[in-house]
Design a protein around this ligand. Structure first.
Ligand SMILES: Cc1cc2nc3c(=O)[nH]c(=O)nc-3n(C[C@H](O)[C@H](O)[C@H](O)COP(=O)(O)OP(=O)(O)OC[C@H]3O[C@@H](n4cnc5c(N)ncnc54)[C@H](O)[C@@H]3O)c2cc1C
Length: 380
């Protein structure tokens, strides 16, 4: 049988994050967006409720929770500020290669320290010439004695300037294409790490997104993850794991836009009655609600598969892609329902629309998700 009931623990965590988002994130969302400001105080407070490192096993100082819980948190956080959600969940994205492929010794060495405070991680894969085509990355990792020397520039990195730990993908042998890529964990204090300027973004402006430059960065050989030259696989496994949560963030934005549009339609009177009395508006709201629910179920299913040890490459791509498209459609419709007011910043829905757009681009564009889905279908 299928049971969609959340456990009591999941419900109480969801409530905790919903209240946190309502009380600590929502009141300042507009001004943070306008100022394009990352807020370390929110990170500290979120650490304070014990969920910043939710996916890290308890023995290393995390909360030991799974992907489904990640979806719950992502939806609640993104509903109030998708940029803050990207920052907080970006920590888990940055840690995931490490959790998947780090040695026990390395985890014991680095994770308890990271998890003991409001520390953030960042996932450094994208480069100027390597966006959708990750195999074109030019960053290098040269082995020498007991260490690796990393050189390269990573672009559009979430938490780029504020992370304490980076997972970095670099090639040990560029002639081998994706078979030469290795994954590394690099503490932010390592000499040779520089930050580019903060990107001026359309949406999700409250995340620190920037270039991270690695210039002769020396890390001990044990900081290489996995067996070496398996970095491409580690990066794909990471994205399989994270995409359900990214989709859930899109669900959060869409849910909030739907709620705003529903409330407004009941208040706004034109032609002597609320616009909600018009069937044209009712049908828009009904379509929006169907899409939000369907997107949420796709995300939960992809997360459930992961939490039950099942491969979810196709389902997580479906979840991320569908939810991202839904967020774009629903937020656009919400702006439409609010009419001219929807176009004004103080009504928030234009921000949801700008924030939603990123969900069709990052963690692999929605075209690339369709490539992944089609490949899985055709190879089956
Ligand atoms: C705000 C933000 C935060 C980000 N955070 C991170 C991060 O933390 N870490 C990280 O590593 N990266 C991050 N990224 C990078 C993001 O994952 C890439 O931008 C994304 O994968 C697309 O790469 P690109 O921008 O180079 O676009 P391109 O790959 O140049 O794509 C341009 C267009 O061509 C299309 N296209 C390309 N190839 C194909 C194909 N084979 N079939 C069909 N269409 C195709 C794309 O869908 C897109 O529409 C972030 C990006 C942004 C904007």
């Amino acid at each position: 049988m299928i049971d969609f009931t959340l456990t009591e623990e999941q419900k109480s965590c969801q409530k905790l994050v919903r209240e946190f988002a309502q009380n600590e994130i929502a009141p300042t969302a507009l001004e943070r967006d306008a100022e394009q400001r990352h807020d370390p105080q929110i990170v500290s407070k979120y650490f304070g409720i014990g969920l910043l490192h939710y996916a890290v096993p308890e023995k290393y100082g995390g909360a030991g929770l799974g992907s489904l819980e990640g979806c719950l948190f992502s939806e609640e956080l993104a509903a109030k500020d998708a940029g803050v959600a990207a920052c907080l969940l970006g920590n888990i994205l940055g840690l995931t290669p490490f959790l998947i492929a780090g040695s026990e010794q390395l985890k014991e060495e680095l994770l308890p320290g990271h998890c003991s405070g409001p520390n953030l991680a960042a996932f450094c894969l994208t480069e100027a010439e390597a966006g959708s085509d990750v195999t074109s990355l030019r960053s290098t990792a040269k082995a020498g004695g007991e260490e690796f020397v990393i050189n390269g520039t990573k672009r559009f990195i979430t938490n780029g300037g504020v992370a304490n730990l980076y997972s970095v993908f670099a090639s040990e042998d560029l002639s081998l294409g994706h078979r030469g890529i290795s994954a590394f964990v690099v503490p932010a204090g390592t000499p040779g790490i520089h930050h580019g300027k903060k990107e001026d973004k359309m949406g999700q402006r409250t995340t620190d997104t920037r270039e991270v430059i690695f210039e002769n960065v020396r890390v001990p050989a044990r900081y290489r993850l996995g067996q070496g030259r398996d970095g491409f696989k580690i990066s794909m496994m990471t994205l399989d794991e994270s995409r359900a949560g990214v989709g859930a963030g899109a669900v959060g934005i869409a849910r909030e836009a739907l709620e705003a549009a529903t409330a407004y339609s009941k208040e706004r009177v034109q032609f002597g009655k609320p616009i909600a009395a018009q069937q044209a508006i009712q049908f828009m709201l009904a379509d929006m609600a169907m899409k939000v629910n369907a997107a949420r179920l796709l995300c939960w299913h992809a997360a459930w598969l992961h939490d039950h040890g099942r491969r979810n490459t196709m389902e997580s791509a479906m979840a991320k892609c569908f939810a991202g498209d839904v967020a774009m459609q629903v937020t656009t419709d919400a702006v439409q329902i609010l009419g001219g007011y929807g176009y004004m910043k103080e009504y928030h829905v234009e921000r949801y629309m700008r924030d939603a757009k990123l969900h069709q681009i990052f963690e692999g564009t929605n075209q690339i998700q369709r490539v992944v889905i089609a490949r899985q279908l055709l190879e089956a």
